[in-house]
Design a protein around this ligand. Sequence first.
Ligand code: GTP
Length: 307
Amino acid sequence: MASPPVVSNALVQHMARLHKQSPLFVALFDATDTTRYANPAFLSIFGLSTYAGLTWSDLMRHSYMSGVGAAIKTDDFEAWLTSTRSRRGKLPFRAFETDLTDGRWIYITETVDEQGWVLHVAFDISAMRTSERALRQARDGALRAAQTDALTGISNRAHILQQLDQRLEQLRTSGQTCGVVILDLDHFKCVNDTHGHHAGDLVLTHFARLVAGTLRREDGFGRLGGEEFMLLFPNIEAAALTLTVSRVLELVRAAAPLSDVPDFSYTCSAGVAMLKAELDAKANICNADRAAYAAKANGRDRLEWAA
Ligand SMILES: Nc1nc2c(ncn2[C@@H]2O[C@H](COP(=O)(O)OP(=O)(O)OP(=O)(O)O)[C@@H](O)[C@H]2O)c(=O)[nH]1
C-alpha cells in the first residue's frame, strides 16, 4: 500500500509563500480561538498588520469598535457575540456569506479538526451576480434562525442535538471523549411568579450569556426548552469537567441579573456524564438527566455525576 505523502519543510515553505501572495483570505485559529496564522489578505480585511495574541472574538470586537472588517449590524455586540459563538466551530465544515464594512462581499468556509482548530478560507465574491445575493442571504439567515434559540441567542434544541450526534460519531470513530451536562435553573417557576415573565426571560438571557462566556470555542451550549440547557465538552477529563461546571454554578450563584431587583439571585443544578459510545443519543441524555434530577433531589445548586 502506498504510504501517505510526507509533509516536508519545503512543502510547508511553498504553502506559506503561496498563502502570502494569495488573494484568498486564509486564517488558522487554535482550540482557544487564538489566531495562529493569518495571511496578509486576511489581515488587510481588518486593517491590521499583525495577528499576534488576537482571538477571533478580539477581531470581531475590533471590527465592531473601529468599523473596519466584518459588518456587524447590532446594537448589542455582546449578545451578537454569544449568538455567533454558539454556531462557530461546532460542525466539521460550514460555509456562509457575509459583507465587509467597505462594501465587499465574501464567502467564508470554516473547517474544524478534531482538536478544535479552525481553518478559514474565504474569498471575495463582490463581483458575483448580486441578483442572487438576497436569496442566498435569506437562506443563510433562515439556517441561522433554524439553529438559534430566539430568546437567548444560543443553540436551540435541534442544533445542540445535532452537535451531540456529531460528538457521539467522533467518540465511536476516533475515541474522542465528550462530557455532557444538563443544567436546569432552580425554582424558576417562582422567579416568574414573583417577578413576572419578563424578569424570567431576562434571567434566562443573562444565564445564557454568563455560561457562554465561560466556554471554550469547541464546547456546545444549547437550550433544550424552558429553563433546561445542555452543554457538550469535547476532549475533557472528568476532573476538569467537575471544575468547569462547579465554576458555572458559582458564577450563577453570585450573579445579580435583575437591575430593578438588585438583591435577586438564583441558582441552577447540573447533571454531568461522559458520553458512552454504546448508548444512543437519547440514552446518553437520559443519563445526564437522571444526574440532574439527583442534583435537584439532593438540595439543588449542586452538580451530580451520572452513576
Ligand atoms: N420567563 C420564562 N419562563 C419560562 C420559559 N420557559 C419556561 N418557563 C417557565 O419555567 C418554569 C419551570 O418550572 P418547573 O418545571 O416547575 O421547574 P422549577 O420551578 O424550576 O423547579 P425545579 O426545576 O424543580 O427547581 C415554568 O413556570 C415555565 O412557565 C421562558 O421562555 N420564559
